[in-house]
Design a protein. Structure first.
Length: 528
């Protein structure tokens, strides 16, 4: 047992939620870093923020990328204000970010492509019926649309409108996803609605999110004495109950094939990240497609399922992890060592900016999208190397040019489909010879968008919890949107402040709909 004068904190999961919780424990709750331990099943901390340089010959790989908006991300920027930059000594991450976005503006000259040609995405193409449906949805209570999907609420024409293509490609929504989450997203980013066709309000970190966020935060935590324990699987948590109170008493783990236990004193703290967007993901190569092992069970999902048995207040993980056909899609990263591709695609982008928005191919069977990276996107990226990241929302369908499902395709096949979609087919041989495309398939990547009830996700601090909290994308935070770094950081701030009785208010959620000017501009846009 740990002495009551020296409580310990244990964090399960090495993603940004746990890293943020550790920062708040030290900065705002007065804990010593040496009393904090972070466990992760993988060898590398960072969770889904995992961009990496594979090698000089294999290129770069990113399972995903993140978009930011300072006005909407109060928790994230609060966190960043305390962490020193690695690339710019003397600056915080927030200062580094703001300096970058003042110069590097996002602007999509051609968001929507059809038959390899840009179309005018400014008219939203919403019918009068669809506009009324949007307004009706915004004043509808969440409790009345539980378990409903988007396609059950809107007409078929809505799902072929410019608005839908612009909305779903930037936020990764699909017609069978949750109407609750769709509504939350619209309200959360209503201030950006007028520029949905250009993405001008989107901000980007100076480098990929692993180097811009994860590495600096980990460096700060290491300097504070925090312990990182990789390659460790947490298989169970023991609890004791006394009346309505529940206390975590034991962590059961496996490391290097050996089982072990950590006994928790009542004053110790436990933070558990539930589920994982990138669980069981698989990365391929130019010549090999990703392969998913259905027998391999990710620790984060297995742990949530185990501790939720008989405890409804811990949520219902089966709602999110048992419908892979509705949550899977593929992403890819292309490393270009020849300037040709970027020269060709200049007609779809804005030459005066370096942080580009997305290009979305709406007649692609895969609903393929790409984002061109500014340079350098990796700190040590060579001068002659350019990068783009992309994904397909309908990766279980056969391609238009490559007659295979996207999930079954090699990097070469995905790049071939992309080149033809953009109308660059005559240059295919040269592009393939000078580029590396790394595909990745993620079975659970949009599982957090699946239709749900309000009780399917647990509270950050469940009722009766005395020394434990839940973190990450699968906890319920009223009015907040999942699939964002902000949601993970907010869960961490909420958990630490509650368990340690920190005399500070959790950063407020920006609500643009409460501002008359923002609401008026959004309503005008709806009529566009």
């Amino acid at each position: 047992m740990n002495p009551s004068s020296n409580p310990k904190a244990y964090l399960v999961g090495g993603g940004i939620a746990s890293l943020s919780a550790a920062v708040y424990l030290i900065r705002d709750a007065g804990m010593k870093g040496s009393d904090i331990t972070i466990f992760d099943e993988s060898e590398r901390m960072g969770g889904s923020l995992d961009a990496m340089d594979l090698s000089s010959s294999e290129g770069y790989s990113m399972r995903g990328i993140r978009m930011f908006e300072e006005k909407a991300y109060d928790c994230l920027f609060d966190l960043m204000s305390s962490i020193p930059s690695l690339a710019h000594p003397g600056q915080t991450l927030r200062e580094e970010f703001l300096d970058f976005v003042r110069v590097n503006k996002s602007y999509s000259k051609a968001r929507l492509l059809k038959h390899g040609q840009a179309i005018d995405g400014r008219p939203l193409q919403l019918s009068l019926r669809d506009r009324f449906a949007m307004l009706r949805l915004l004043v509808t209570r969440e409790s009345s649309i539980e378990d409903r999907d988007i396609q059950s609420f809107f007409s078929p024409s809505f799902l072929s409108s410019n608005f839908w293509y612009e909305f779903c490609t930037v936020f990764a929504f699909e017609p069978w996803h949750s109407l609750i989450e769709f509504r939350r997203y619209f309200l959360r980013f209503i201030q950006s609605f007028p520029t949905i066709d250009t993405l001008e309000s989107i901000e980007s970190s100076p480098y990929n999110q692993y180097e811009s966020l994860v590495l600096p935060v980990m460096g700060w935590l290491r300097n504070q004495g925090v312990s990182f324990v990789p390659k460790t699987r947490i298989v169970d948590i023991g609890f004791s109950e006394e009346g309505e109170k529940r206390t975590a008493t034991l962590i059961r783990l496996e490391r290097d094939g050996t089982a072990g236990d950590i006994a928790l004193a009542p004053e110790d703290l436990l933070f558990v990240t539930l589920g994982s967007l990138v669980a069981n993901s698989s990365t391929g190569s130019m010549r090999e497609a990703p392969t998913i092992d259905p027998e391999r069970r990710d620790a984060s999902w297995a742990l949530w399922e185990r501790i939720a048995l008989g405890r409804p207040e811990f949520g219902v993980p089966a709602v999110f992890d048992s419908q892979v056909d509705k949550s899977i899609w593929s992403s890819f990263t292309v490393t270009f060592r020849d300037p040709l591709f970027f020269e060709l695609i200049d007609r779809f982008i804005h030459r005066d900016v370096t942080a580009y928005g997305g290009v979305n191919m709406i007649d692609s069977n895969w609903l393929m999208s790409i984002v061109l990276s500014y340079k350098p996107y990796f700190i040590n990226q060579p001068e002659g190397v350019n990068l783009c990241w992309g994904y397909g929302l309908y990766s279980d369908k056969e391609g238009n040019f490559v007659k295979k499902r996207m999930v079954d395709c090699t990097g070469e096949e995905i790049l071939t489909e992309l080149v033809y979609q953009l109308g660059f087919g005559e240059h295919l041989e040269r592009i393939l010879a000078t580029s590396v495309c790394i595909p990745c398939t993620m079975p659970y990547v949009t599982s957090l968008f699946l239709p749900r009830k309000g009780t399917d996700r647990p509270a950050v601090v469940p009722k009766g919890a005395t020394n434990f909290a839940f973190l990450g994308q699968y906890v319920e935070i009223p009015d907040e949107v999942v699939f964002t770094v902000e949601h993970s950081v907010r869960s961490a701030q909420t958990a630490v402040y509650a368990l340690r009785s920190v005399n500070k208010r959790v950063s407020p959620i920006y609500k643009g709909a409460h501002h008359p000017g923002v609401l008026l501009r959004a309503l005008k846009t709806l009529l566009r």
